[in-house]
Design a protein. Structure first.
Length: 325
C-alpha cells in the first residue's frame, strides 16, 4: 500500500508556477499598516494586507525578524488573499507578557490562537526560518487551522558549528559566563545601520541587490528595536529555545512533525542559504505527505524577500491545483 501511494505522488521537485497576473513589484513602498489584537493575554501587533475576503493568509517571521519580512510577498499575493503578518511576542512591536517562555511550542500556541481568533476557517499558513518551525508545529497539531502550508527555509535541526551562520562572530561568546556580559555590552554599541548590514549579509545571497528603500526600512526597524528593553532578551531566549528543540531525544524530534501535516505543502529553499543548509530541503519535502520542493539559485535564507514574485507564482501554483497537489 505504501509503495502504491508513493508511486501516485508527484515528483517532489515538480513545482508548477502560476501564470496568473500579479501586481507590479514595488520595493519603494512602506510596510503594510498594522494594528493590535488580543491573543491569550498578549497584545500582538499585526500588519494587514487587504485582499479578497474569501481566502486568508497568515505569515510568521523568523528569528530576529518581524512582520515587515513579508511586505513584498504579501503584496504580490494581495489579489488572491487577505494577508495577516504578525509580530511574534518579543519581536517587531509585540511586547511579551511577563513569564513568557519563548519556546517554539509557546510561540505556536500564539499563532494558533491568532488564527482561531480570525474566525476565517483554515488559512494559508506561511513560515520563514524559526517561523517555519513554528508553522510546522501548528500545521501538525492543529490541521483544522491550515488549508495550505508554505515553509521558506524552515529552521529544522542543523547543528553545523560554523561562525558563518551568525550575524556577528562575537555572538556565540555572548551566551558564555564571565566574558558574556562584556561581549553583550560591545554588541549593544553597534549602530542600527551596522546591525541591519550584518543581518542582510547573513540572510541574503547577494546583499548588494537589496533595494535602498528596503535597507533604510531595516535601519529604521533596528532603531526602533534598540529602544525596546525587552527585545534583546526575546532574541536571546528564542535562540536558545530554538536550539533546544534541535537537541531533544529522537522521540521528541522535530522530524516527527512533517508526516503529521495533512495540508498541501510547499517547501522553498535558497541554494545559498547560510543559516540552514539546503541539504535539509529534500528531507523536509519528502516527509510532508503532500509536500513539494522549490530550490532557488542565487537565493539565501529569505526567499520571500529576495524572490517574492517567483515565490508567489509557486504558491499560486499550489493553490490552483488544490486537491491535485
Amino acid at each position: 500500500m505504501t509503495e502504491t501511494l508513493e508511486a501516485r505522488r508527484p515528483a517532489i521537485t515538480h513545482v508548477p508556477l502560476s501564470s496568473a497576473p500579479l501586481p507590479p513589484l514595488d520595493t519603494t513602498s512602506g510596510p503594510w499598516p498594522g494594528d493590535y489584537v488580543e491573543v491569550a493575554g498578549h497584545r500582538v501587533h499585526v500588519r494587514r494586507t487587504p485582499g479578497p475576503a474569501a481566502e486568508t493568509a497568515v505569515y510568521v517571521h523568523g528569528l530576529g525578524g518581524s512582520a515587515t519580512n513579508w511586505t513584498d510577498l504579501a503584496g504580490q499575493l494581495s489579489g488572491h488573499v487577505s494577508g495577516h503578518a504578525l509580530d511574534l511576542p518579543g519581536f517587531g512591536r509585540s511586547e511579551p507578557i511577563p513569564g513568557y517562555t519563548f519556546s517554539m511550542a509557546t510561540h505556536a500556541e500564539v499563532v494558533a490562537g491568532f488564527i482561531d481568533g480570525l474566525g476565517a476557517g483554515p488559512v494559508h499558513l506561511f513560515g520563514n526560518s524559526m517561523g517555519g518551525a513554528i508553522s510546522l508545529i501548528v500545521a501538525s497539531t492543529r490541521p483544522d487551522l491550515v488549508k495550505t502550508l508554505t515553509l521558506i527555509s524552515p529552521a529544522v535541526p542543523d547543528l553545523r558549528p560554523r561562525l558563518s551562520r551568525v550575524s556577528d562572530p562575537r555572538m556565540p561568546l555572548a551566551f558564555l559566563p564571565i566574558v558574556g556580559p562584556r561581549v553583550r555590552r560591545q554588541l549593544t554599541l553597534m549602530t542600527p545601520e551596522q546591525r541591519a548590514r550584518q543581518m542582510l549579509n547573513l540572510c541574503f545571497a547577494d546583499p548588494t541587490q537589496v533595494p535602498d528603500q528596503r535597507f533604510r526600512q531595516s535601519v529604521e526597524e533596528y532603531t526602533e528595536r534598540s529602544a525596546q528593553p525587552w527585545a534583546p532578551d526575546a532574541l536571546g531566549r528564542s535562540t536558545v529555545e530554538l536550539i533546544r528543540t534541535w537537541l531533544v531525544p529522537r522521540s521528541k524530534s522535530m522530524w516527527l512533525l512533517p508526516p503529521k501535516v495533512t495540508a498541501p505543502a510547499l517547501v522553498v529553499w535558497g541554494a545559498q542559504d547560510k543559516l540552514v543548509s539546503a541539504r535539509k530541503a529534500p528531507r523536509v519535502a519528502r516527509l510532508l505527505p503532500r509536500g513539494r520542493l522549490l530550490v532557488l539559485p542565487r537565493t539565501g535564507h529569505v526567499a520571500q524577500m529576495e524572490r517574492p514574485t517567483t515565490v508567489a507564482r509557486a504558491v499560486l501554483g499550489m493553490w490552483e491545483r488544490g486537491a491535485d497537489w
